[in-house]
Design a protein around this ligand. Structure first.
Ligand code: BJW
Length: 245
């Protein structure tokens, strides 16, 4: 179905020295996890834009916390899908490899992948709103919604909300790998949330090649060298199987 473009993408990957992959919510869709902007992304009539903000958490912490509980319920029952697994397999096939995911679901980590950052955080981790220290949710007594730190302050999900800055160390790492990579695969993201939305352009400006994988065109499509339209759980395994590395 995709034969010519798929073959061209595989040729490029076979000549690649440093592969960078960026993923978004679409990569986990085939694990049964709703995307943010898809029709299943709404929760009790709230949109992600309304809930994923520090202002929403300040105003109605119980509602935001319950949204995360609802998502953790779905994610806790989900498994990595063939897209996640193909990416994990690619890690061992390239001399240099890095994955940057915007997802907070932890599914990439569950494949055992090592060279990765979760640039928007992880919803299984929490952070003290007073002291800033982080801990795993499973280590916290869940007596109230939201739960509290030993110091008495409310705990929040250790994720990056709209209007918040991505931690400097993660941004620095992102810019470093964008300089080093010669090919970027960007899979399952709508390409509208900054700063990650600008990363494909950064890679292009650095002379890199961009392969997009998505079920539909996005703002990234116009700058991508190759766009492969279809499910990441189908296309990424096809790309990986074509590799000679
Ligand atoms: C499939 C598929 C299948 C489905 N196979 N594909 C510059 C310009 C304009 C605005 C800004 C800017 N700089 C900053 C902003 C503001 C803001 C922003 O970008 N707003 C836009 C909405 C315009 N950005 C920020 O606030 C960021 N902070 C920042 O830049 O700090 C500096 C600063 C601070 C203050 C002022 C100015 C600068 C932080 C952004 C944090 C985003 N956080 C969230 C929540 C994380 C926690 C949580 O999960 O609860 O991150 S929002 C949400 O969007 C989440 C995602 O990671 C992120 C991206 O979404 P993603 O992954 O792309 O999902 P979808 O649903 O949008 O798309 C799914 C895609 O998959 C679709 O394309 C489908 O077609 C596809 N798909 N099934 C393949 N099977």
């Amino acid at each position: 179905m995709y034969s010519d473009l798929l073959a061209a993408a595989i040729d490029r990957l076979n000549a690649t020295k440093f592969l960078l992959i960026i993923t978004g919510a679409g990569i986990s869709a085939e694990s049964g996890i709703p995307t943010f902007r898809g029709k299943d992304g709404l929760w009790q009539n709230y949109s992600a834009e309304e809930l994923a903000t520090p202002w929403a958490f300040e105003r109605t912490p119980e509602i935001v916390w319950k949204w995360y509980d609802w998502r953790r319920g779905i994610i806790g029952n989900a498994e990595p899908n063939p897209g996640h697994i193909a990416i994990k397999n690619m890690e061992s096939m390239f001399p240099n490899f890095f994955l940057m995911t915007q997802n907070v679901d932890g599914l990439h980590g569950r494949t055992g992948i090592k060279n990765m950052i979760e640039i928007h955080g992880n919803l299984w981790r929490v952070r003290c709103t007073s002291e800033g220290k982080t801990m795993m949710l499973m280590d916290v007594p869940l007596k109230t919604i939201p739960p509290r730190c030993d110091c008495g302050a409310i705990l929040r999900p250790d994720v990056v909300w709209f209007g918040e800055s991505i931690p400097t160390a993660w941004l620095e790492k992102s810019f470093k790998v964008m300089e080093l990579c010669d090919t970027l695969i960007v899979a399952g993201t709508s390409g509208i949330v900054y700063p990650v939305a600008s990363f494909p352009q950064t890679v292009k400006s650095n002379g890199g090649f961009v392969i997009e994988v998505n079920i539909e065109p996005t703002p990234i499509s116009s700058l991508a060298d190759i766009s492969l339209y279809g499910k990441s759980g189908e296309i990424l395994p096809m790309l990986q199987k074509g590799l000679k590395h």
